[in-house]
Design a protein around this ligand. Structure first.
Ligand SMILES: Nc1ncnc2c1ncn2[C@@H]1O[C@H](COP(=O)(O)OP(=O)(O)OP(=O)(O)O)[C@@H](O)[C@H]1O
Ligand SMILES: [Mg+2]
Length: 449
């Protein structure tokens, strides 16, 4: 039983069926006893009728269906109904099977020292009990069916608020932290659970906001001192008063400062994108020209990396996108492909239009990424073991790609390369347009700065 609803329905149905079964079984026992007692009373009435004249029962005086045996005080038979055949009626009042006549109930009475036994068939009692058992069986089956159906309906109705909580909680993610679970008017356990969860989401939202603000402020604060450091290093180099060794050391410092500046800019971008503070400048156009420019730059990067690069661009179609952020995302993907695939291998970029999206695919022939890691590589600062050997990245490139796609209302996923393994990253931007659109250039400058 996978769901709580199904388990509840089953339990409900089992309990009602077993209860009914128990009641019907008790009814069977009581009715049987009651009917047998009625038969005993019939035997007694027949005895009293037979001895009503004051003498022992006369032969042949018994009513139809009754059998009689009369013995004197010494045990000698005075009279026996012919239908008894060879069967001897028991001493104590009990049941006995008489030849082909079936089971009989025997009543034993005393009259003037003689023993009078009267027997009457139990067949009518058996028939009534058989009918009772058949009706009971039908009732049990019916109740089992009805209770299963009504149990399912009841548990569905009872668990509806839980399902609402589940669905809402599932929707509350990093990009949607402000949604809350609806709390009904009734002050029941479910309502207090929803309130409790909402309070927890409030705390989580505040904590996330603080982390975001901290990350944005820290990156922002670090920008100025780093720029100063950079200026000083550049001044030292331009003065030309340093020895060869010192100059090399300052060059190294400058490279590190550059790297840190990149990381800080990336972090600043990510925290602002998460806070939805960046408004992309979405312009609807044919991406052909944009891609031509991009592929020229990519070809240069590929040459530097000793990798072959080929682009296949479908000429038709229009889509709204922000050229600068899209270029940043695609260059991140292409840089990864050039960096992580071996020299001489082939990297391709495909641009095509599906029914509802602009699809961009970057595929390489490098080592690829194991399936279990393919979602994780889009998280911040995630670098796989062998990445460190291949370059000095910071693990933010793909996180930025995902943010850029989210800005466009699109998605990005990694899979296995279809040519020679490697990695295949697919980005999809919906043709219907992103949820947030700002076409004024000034707005973007303000938002990003
Ligand atoms: N084409 C690829 N082939 C194999 N592994 C890849 C590929 N692209 C990304 N990865 C793996 O995913 C990790 C995350 O990539 P991401 O672009 O986010 O960071 P990075 O390239 O290490 O650094 P950055 O892009 O910030 O300079 C990489 O470190 C690498 O391990
Ligand atoms: Mg990268």
């Amino acid at each position: 039983m996978r769901t709580l609803g199904a388990r509840l329905a089953l339990w409900y149905s089992l309990v009602s069926t077993v209860t009914l079964f128990g009641l019907l079984a008790a009814g069977y026992f009581l009715l049987n006893r009651h009917l047998v007692r009625g038969v005993d009373l019939q035997n007694a009435a027949e005895f009293h009728r037979l001895v009503a004249g004051g003498s022992l029962p006369r032969p042949g005086a018994e009513s139809p269906g009754f059998l009689v045996e009369v013995r004197d005080a010494g045990g000698a038979v005075l009279y026996r109904s012919a239908a008894l055949g060879v069967t001897v009626l028991p001493e104590l009042g009990n049941t006995v099977t008489i030849g082909t006549l079936g089971r009989h109930r025997v009543g034993v009475f005393q009259k003037d020292g003689a023993t009078v036994k009267v027997a009457v068939p139990l067949e009518p009692v058996r028939q009534v009990m058989l009918g009772y058992a058949e009706i009971s069986l039908v009732l049990v089956c019916l109740v089992l069916l009805i209770s299963l159906i009504s149990g399912m309906a009841l548990s569905r109705a009872a668990l509806r608020p839980v399902r609402t909580i589940q669905e809402t909680a599932n929707r509350i993610r990093l990009d949607n932290l402000s949604e809350r679970i609806p709390v009904g008017d009734s002050q029941d356990e479910i309502a207090s659970l929803a309130e409790l969860l909402n309070e927890m989401f409030d705390r989580l939202e505040t904590a996330f906001e603080e982390v975001r603000r901290f990350s944005a402020e820290a990156s922002h604060e670090l920008k100025t001192p780093l720029s100063l450091l950079r200026l000083q290093a550049e001044k030292l180099l331009s003065d030309g008063r340093l020895g060869a060794e010192q100059e090399e050391a300052v060059q190294e410092q400058l490279a590190e400062i550059n790297r840190m500046q990149h990381i800080i800019e990336d972090l600043l971008f990510l925290s602002r994108a998460e806070a939805q503070a960046i408004r992309p400048r979405l312009l609807r156009r044919n991406p052909r020209e944009f891609l031509d420019e991009l592929t020229e730059d990519a070809a240069l990067l590929a040459e530097q990396a000793g990798v072959q690069f080929r682009a296949h661009i479908e000429p038709e179609g229009e889509v709204a996108f922000d050229a600068q952020w899209m270029r940043q995302a695609l260059l991140n993907l292409l840089t990864n492909a050039f960096r992580y695939s071996g020299r001489g291998s082939l990297v391709t970029l495909d641009s095509e239009f599906t029914l509802d999206a602009w699809r961009l695919t970057v595929e390489d022939e490098g080592p690829g990424v194991p399936e279990v890691e393919r979602e994780r590589i889009f998280e911040r600062f995630v670098r796989l073991d062998d990445a460190a050997e291949r370059g000095s990245g910071s693990g933010l490139g793909l996180a930025i790609c995902r943010s850029v796609m989210a800005m466009h209302g699109g998605a990005i996923h990694a899979g296995a390369g279809e040519r020679k393994g490697g990695l295949r990253v697919v980005c999809e931007v919906p043709l219907g347009g992103a949820p947030r659109v700002a076409d004024r250039p000034s707005e973007r400058e303000q938002a990003v700065d």
